[in-house]
Design a protein around this ligand. Sequence first.
Ligand SMILES: Nc1nc2c(ncn2[C@@H]2O[C@H](COP(=O)(O)OP(=O)(O)OP(=O)(O)O)[C@@H](O)[C@H]2O)c(=O)[nH]1
Ligand SMILES: [Mg+2]
Length: 358
Amino acid sequence: MKVKKYKGSTIQEVVNMVRRDLGPEALILSTRKIREGKMASSSRCEELFEISAAAEESSGDLKTPASDRSSLTSLKSELMTIKEMILLLSRSGHLMEAFRTNPAAIDIYVKLLRSGIAESNVQLFLEKAGVFKENGLEPTTRLYERVLKEILNAVDVEDPFNDGAGQKVAAFIGPTGVGKTTTIAKLAADLSLKQKRSVGLISIDNYRVGAAEQLKIYARLLGIPCFSAFSSADLQFALRRMGEKEIILIDTAGQSHYDMERMEEMHRLIGSTRAISSHLLLSAVTGEPEMGQVAKNFGILNFISYIFTKTDETKARGVIINQILRSRRPISFVTTGQRVPEDIFKATKTRILQLIFE
Ligand SMILES: Nc1nc2c(ncn2[C@@H]2O[C@H](COP(=O)(O)OP(=O)(O)OP(=O)(O)O)[C@@H](O)[C@H]2O)c(=O)[nH]1
Ligand SMILES: [Mg+2]
């Protein structure tokens, strides 16, 4: 692997130099602004852009040691190539003006974009972190820390079962197949087995054949009660029967967010009982802007937190941030796989960041 440094008076000029010399697949190790001249303070001191880039000696070259080749492969997943940089330059001309002040921010910009955070939000975070106002001589790590801090500020977290006072009744709502029943099973296991709290389950899913039975199987395994409720009266009855339980988890039927009739029906069933809090499950693999539409339409049920599921099925987990910025609500839990009870964690700001940028 050869690593070389290139200097020029504009980013575009340096990028072209790298492409000519190392080819379009060359990896950008760093982009920064430097001052060159006899005396740093003198007016003759010139401000230049410097790019450090790496490339294989020649493709398939037997002389390239195996260790070099494997380190290059791992770098490839992390770093931007010259080809990508050219694309970026052509796409966001106005942004490149901003990057003139701080070229090191290009790396951060690309990292955030790759995480699935929408371009407009990436710009917002960079602007808020003051990246475009700085003199460009600050180390990238400091800039990155400031951007991460801005992202952290956007994330709210809340554990609906944390506060010990009073009974907690939580309904889990969301589109079909997002993982409502599985998430309830994971939570019920954690709350009853690990935290030793008294838990009861209610299924109001009377649409899908075998839905209530699915929940009852989990309840039986955990040794906790489970009722089915088909009407408002049934639900009130079940809630009364479990009056002494500390926590009651309600499983609801998955439904299309465009079926407003069923949404109203669900509202009549759970929305009219003030003691029930709703939590919206969103699958991280739901495309955008559909995720926003799901949250908007389910908003009629006044959900108080998000639970993001299936985060193991995508690397673009920055969609979580996009959703929070579209409609700000705290995150309560995140699920990371199919295994019950392991694949779930309670949301904390740090864990959300790790999930997105790991
Ligand atoms: N990969 C992955 N799969 C998950 C996750 N959570 C749930 N699943 C799977 O998603 C499928 C649907 O899960 P359910 O819990 O039945 O979903 P639901 O929302 O209750 O579905 P309906 O009641 O039909 O609306 C099952 O195969 C689960 O194992 C997760 O975090 N990651
Ligand atoms: Mg279900």
